[in-house]
Write a protein that binds this ligand. Structure first.
Ligand code: PRP
Length: 182
């Protein structure tokens, strides 16, 4: 952890702030999905930590499934093509589906995933993101639920990575420019 801390400019959101927001979201979702037995969909890998905390803040029966997508050229401004890496295991037809993401950035990933999932005829399809970075949007997309709107900074921690590192930082931190620009 010591090595990782020296790559950080500062903490943007502390573990306490995150935990309190996740508890608030869990409460709200428990009310809205009461009696619906929602299928919570984790978008791997960034969402894994938020997803596991959020599910445990819900006091109604839920089911879980996992999906993974990769996007190309998201940061370079090129095509921004998204590809499915791992599909859901279960059918979502007639189910109340809640997609859980760590961050909504360009919008390309969630735009692609929600179009694909909607074609499978769920009873409802909503999206919950922990972080919304509207400054980087390339396709219009509004989440149904969000935790924090954040500025245009490169953030890592609480599941979010740079080159697969820093996901296990407990706080959401701003990464030093020299790390991702080197
Ligand atoms: C991140 C994040 C979202 C996506 C959001 O995933 O977890 O899935 O980017 O960005 P967008 O709105 O610009 O599409 P990434 O592709 O880095 O993979 P990971 O979840 O495995 O870290």
């Amino acid at each position: 952890m010591k090595g990782m801390r020296s790559d950080i400019v500062r903490i943007l959101l502390t573990r306490r702030e995150i935990a309190s927001k996740v508890a608030e979201l869990g409460k709200k979702l428990s009310r809205e999905y009461a009696g619906l037995e929602p299928l919570m969909v984790c978008v791997l890998k960034g969402s894994a930590i938020f997803f596991s905390d959020l599910c445990r803040q819900m006091d109604i029966p839920v089911q879980m499934d996992f999906i993974a997508a990769a996007s190309y050229g998201r940061h370079s401004g090129s095509s921004g093509e998204v590809r499915l890496i791992k599909d859901l295991d279960v059918s979502i037809e007639g189910r109340h589906v809640l997609v859980v993401e760590d961050i909504l950035d360009t919008g390309l990933t969630l735009h692609y995933l929600t179009e694909m999932l909607r074609s499978r005829k769920p009873a409802s399809l909503k999206v919950c993101v922990l972080l919304d970075k509207p400054g980087r949007r390339r396709v219009a997309f509004e989440p149904d639920y969000f935790g924090f709107v954040i500025p245009n900074e490169f953030v890592v921690g609480y599941g979010l990575d740079y080159a697969e590192m820093y996901r296990n930082l407990p706080d959401i931190c701003i990464l030093k420019e020299e790390i991702y620009k080197k």
